[in-house]
Design a protein around this ligand. Structure first.
Ligand SMILES: Nc1ncnc2c1ncn2[C@@H]1O[C@H](COP(=O)(O)OP(=O)(O)OP(=O)(O)O)[C@@H](O)[C@H]1O
Ligand SMILES: [Mg+2]
Length: 287
C-alpha cells in the first residue's frame, strides 16, 4: 500500500496579531483521491490550503509531501509549488501578467522548461478550460468566472501532482460548474489528487471520496462520502445539514418507498434514475 501524497501532522498556525487559525490538525490525502474540506466561514480552510503548499509556514507541526517534510528553503519551496498547485480563493491573487496566454505561461516558464514545451502546455490548458477564445484578452478584462478558470489553466500548465482549489465553484454559472467537474474527472483519470473547499454539501456529496470538516481551526470529522448520513448529524455546530439527495431518500423511505439495493444515488440525476427504476415496484405494491 502506498502512503499519503500529502499529509499534515499536529499542524497549527497563528496569524501575526494572535489569531489561532489552526490547532493541531492531523490529516492525510491519498494519491489520486478526491477530497473536500468543509467548514463555516473562518473555520480555517484557506489557511490550511496555504500551509499545504508552503505559502504559509506552520507555527507548530509539519506538512509532508510524498513522505518528506516540506523544506522552506528557496529550492524546497520551488519543488513543492511545482507539485502542489493552489487556486486561491481570491482570483485576483492568482493572475499576474498582462494577457491570459502570458499569464498561463508564467508558471511553466519559471520551471525552466523549453519554449516549445511551455507553448504546448499553455495551449492544452487553454483548451481544457475552454478559454481558447480569450487567450489574448488582458486578464483584468475577464469576468469573475473566467478568472477562476484562468487560474486553473495556470495551475494545469504546471502539471502538478496535487491540485488544491479554494472554493473553485463559487460564482460559476450552472454550465461552467458542470464543465468544471468534467475537467476534474479528466484530471483524476490522469492520477491527479484534488483537494477542494466548498460551502455546498450537495456538491461535496456528489463529487468527493473523502470529506474533512473543520470547526474553529480543529478537525472535527474525517469520513468517506458514504458515511455522511451517520457522521454529519453528530456535528452540532455544523450548519450545512445533510445533502438534499439523502434527505429526499430518507423522506421517501419514511413513506415506505425504498430505492432498492443498489448503491445510494449521490446526485440529483442519479436520484431521478433510481426513482424511475424503483417506481415500477411501487406501482406493484399499490395493486
Ligand atoms: N491575514 C490574516 N490575519 C489575521 N487573521 C486572519 C488572516 N486571514 C485569516 N485570518 C483568521 O484566521 C481564521 C481562519 O481564516 P480562513 O480564511 O482560513 O477561514 P476559511 O475557512 O477559509 O473561511 P471562508 O469560508 O470565509 O473562506 C479566521 O478567524 C480569520 O479571521
Ligand atoms: Mg477561505
Amino acid at each position: 500500500m502506498t502512503g499519503p501524497i500529502l499529509e499534515a501532522r499536529a499542524l497549527s498556525f497563528r496569524y501575526p496579531g494572535g489569531v489561532r487559525a489552526l490547532d493541531g490538525l492531523d490529516l492525510a490525502f491519498a494519491p489520486g483521491s478526491r477530497n473536500v474540506v468543509l467548514g463555516a466561514n473562518g473555520a480555517g480552510k484557506s489557511t490550511l490550503f496555504m500551509l499545504l503548499n508552503g505559502v504559509l509556514r506552520p507555527s507548530g507541526g509539519q506538512v509532508f509531501l510524498n513522505g518528506e517534510a516540506l523544506d522552506y528553503g528557496r529550492a524546497g519551496l520551488r519543488k513543492v509549488r511545482s507539485k502542489v498547485g493552489i487556486l486561491f480563493q481570491d482570483p485576483d491573487a492568482q493572475l499576474v501578467s498582462a494577457d491570459l496566454r502570458e499569464d498561463i505561461s508564467f508558471g511553466p516558464m519559471n520551471l525552466g522548461l523549453d519554449v516549445a514545451t511551455v507553448r504546448r502546455r499553455v495551449e492544452k490548458a487553454l483548451v481544457d478550460t475552454h478559454l481558447e477564445d480569450l487567450a489574448d484578452r488582458p486578464v483584468h478584462a475577464l469576468s469573475y468566472g473566467q478568472k477562476r478558470r484562468a487560474g486553473i489553466a495556470g495551475l494545469l500548465a504546471m502539471e502538478p501532482e496535487v491540485l488544491i482549489l479554494d472554493e473553485p465553484t463559487a460564482g460559476l454559472d450552472h454550465r461552467a460548474q458542470g464543465e468544471f467537474f468534467e475537467l476534474l474527472d479528466t484530471l483524476r483519470a490522469d492520477g491527479l489528487t484534488v483537494i477542494l473547499s466548498t460551502h455546498s454539501i450537495d456538491l461535496a456529496y456528489a463529487w468527493a471520496d473523502r470529506a474533512f470538516v473543520l470547526e474553529r481551526g480543529r478537525l472535527v470529522a474525517s469520513c468517506h462520502a458514504h458515511e455522511f448520513p451517520e457522521v454529519f448529524p453528530t456535528l452540532p455546530r455544523f450548519g450545512f445539514g445533510l445533502p438534499r439527495v439523502i434527505e429526499l431518500q430518507q423522506a421517501l423511505a419514511s413513506c415506505g418507498l425504498s430505492l432498492g439495493d443498489g448503491p445510494p444515488p449521490r446526485d440529483h440525476a442519479g436520484l431521478l434514475r433510481a426513482i424511475g427504476d424503483a417506481s415500477l415496484s411501487w406501482e406493484y405494491i399499490e395493486e
